[in-house]
Design a binder for this molecule. Structure first.
Ligand code: GRF
Length: 218
């Protein structure tokens, strides 16, 4: 059943923010029952913060460097999330590890998107062009996108959705990245919509997607 109240999202992003922009476009066109209530970045120059401001969304720069210790840093993140009544956290090109206290608070309610088919080509150091260069260096015929739950490590949480993308013989890291990014801009909103509809269950490491509910006849 479609929610009457949009799912409240907080997006963490360090870079240009094209995934954030795609999600906002899906919301604006009625394809995603959600609302971005906060955009948070460790990088004050992040394009994602500009996108947030253009949409009138609270945009916060919070970096560990602004604080004397881990505890006050983590409290600042938790307070921002609590104040905005965030229901689901989405990482969209966020380049910092999420502190364990925040992973725990949002267990099962925090997603990341990775531009490869995990568990291949993930983990520390495998981000951005490094992912696509590694895929090409191995000679893969397919790559893809993974949307997964976040745990305390990089790229190790349970997958929610995965989609493959072909690798073409003439591909460079740039052309492959562009083909994958196009798919990212579709799949992230689809995965978030499953959460908006309350259709994701976790069974061990396997996520189960419940069938859509139909409006009950009066
Ligand atoms: C995307 O490729 C995403 O999969 C990865 O970081 C990139 C972020 O791009 N985690 P953008 O800032 O959303 O354009």
């Amino acid at each position: 059943m479609r929610r009457r109240v949009p799912l409240r999202l907080a997006a963490f992003a360090s870079g240009r923010g094209s995934n954030l922009a795609a999600i906002l476009e899906k919301i604006d066109t009625g394809k995603l029952d959600a609302q971005v209530v906060l955009v948070l970045s460790n990088n004050s120059d992040a394009g994602a913060l500009d996108i947030a401001r253009q949409h009138g969304i609270p945009a916060m720069h919070i970096s560990r460097k602004q604080f004397n210790d881990d505890q006050t840093y983590e409290n600042a993140l938790l307070t921002a999330l609590a104040d905005s009544q965030t229901e689901l956290v989405i990482l969209a090109g966020y380049m910092k590890k999420i502190p364990v206290s925040i992973v725990r608070t949002f267990q099962g309610r925090m997603l990341n998107i990775h531009p490869a088919l995990l568990p291949s080509f993930g983990g520390q150091g495998l981000y951005g062009h490094f992912v696509h260069e590694a895929v090409l260096a191995f000679g893969c015929k397919v790559s893809g996108v993974t949307v997964h739950l976040v745990d305390a490590q990089y790229d190790t949480g349970a997958p929610v959705m995965q989609r493959s993308v072909p690798v073409l013989e003439e591909d460079t890291a740039e052309t492959l990245a562009a083909r994958i990014l196009k798919e990212e801009h579709q799949i992230y909103a689809e995965a978030i919509q499953l959460f908006a509809e309350g259709r994701v269950r976790l069974d061990g490491r396997r996520t189960k997607i419940l069938p859509p509910e139909f409006e009950k006849q009066p």
